[in-house]
Design a protein around this ligand. Structure first.
Ligand code: ZN
Length: 302
């Protein structure tokens, strides 16, 4: 392959079929080609390495971006869930509001019914059920504030109403309208023939006859102001009921309460008898209004 010329290299190419070819190249060429290709390879390697680094950094960046995106998506999901939560809370609040409004209306109705029954009127105007403003379109917090105010007003109104009712019930308990015993009405209130002598006598109460020991009960709540013997009345009890009412129970066989005792309406206070000026076992019952005897049947309920 080498020629005699030192500065050149001769390359012989021997194919199978054709004739031999001779290629002459300068001696420096292989070295130059080698250095050139080495340089090229180095450059290529440098390029590849740089490129790889760049790609790696790109990939890293992409990764961090995607993690940020993931974070954002996660946050978004949380926000969505919070929103759903808030919406459901809102719904619950609205439901509660409606419930409270309904309860308020029920309370109003109840109040009206009680007013009618007890014959009292509360300070609120009738029929004003619930708040004036439609609460449906307001935001729940405002709704709650308004409801709280309405409830506070209602509370005050009901407190006054309850006071009225208590006063009314106290009055009703104190009106002597309960028949104090059972038996036969033997004498009415007013003028009558004197059962012990001649002439007309004013009968200050009513007489109810029954057997000895029949229960005598308080016609109304009150305080016992007399319990003992009282001349022709025999063993007698007098109860002060307030509101100008007093009741008297005469001719008892036995007295079961003492002066100063507080008695309830229908409480057992005595046993029927015929003590004092009496023709037989009976209760002589009087009702006094502002210290004047009145016809018990004007007050007694059947
Ligand atoms: Zn009598």
């Amino acid at each position: 392959m080498n020629s005699k010329d030192n500065s050149k290299i001769c390359i012989m190419i021997v194919p199978h079929t054709e004739k031999v070819r001779k290629l002459v190249i300068p001696r420096w060429m292989p070295k130059a080609l080698l250095s050139l290709s080495s340089a090229f390879i180095i450059v290529l390697l440098l390029y590849i390495s740089r490129n790889t680094t760049y790609q790696l950094s790109l990939k890293k960046e992409a990764n961090s971006k995607s993690s940020i995106i993931n974070d954002l998506e996660e946050e978004n999901r949380k926000k969505d869930m919070e929103l759903a939560d808030l919406k459901s809370q809102n719904k619950q609040l609205q439901d509660k509001t409606v419930q409270v409004e309904n309860k308020l209306m029920e309370i109003d109705e109840l109040q009206r019914a009680l007013e009618k029954m007890a014959g009292v009127s509360s300070p609120s105007k009738g029929g004003e059920a619930g708040p004036d403003i439609s609460l449906k379109d307001l935001d729940p917090e405002m709704e709650m504030d308004i409801l709280a105010e309405v409830l506070e007003d209602k509370k005050l109104e009901l407190e006054v109403f309850i006071e009225d009712l208590e006063a009314r019930f106290a009055y009703l308990e104190s009106v002597p309208d309960l028949m104090p015993t059972s038996g036969r009405l033997t004498s009415k209130f007013g003028n009558r023939k004197n059962p012990f002598g001649r002439g007309i006598q004013f009968h200050q109460g009513i007489d109810i006859a029954n057997s000895k020991g029949t229960d005598i009960i308080a016609s109304a709540a009150g305080t016992v102001i007399f319990s003992g013997r009282k001349g022709g009345y025999g063993k007698t009890i007098i109860i002060d009921h307030g509101y100008g009412y007093k009741t008297l129970y005469a001719h008892n066989n036995d007295l079961l309460v003492s002066v100063g005792d507080k008695v309830d309406k229908s409480q057992l206070i005595a046993e029927m008898g015929k003590t004092g000026r009496s023709t037989g076992n009976h209760l002589h019952f009087e009702i006094h209004k502002n210290d004047n005897p009145i016809n018990p049947f004007d007050v007694l309920k059947d």
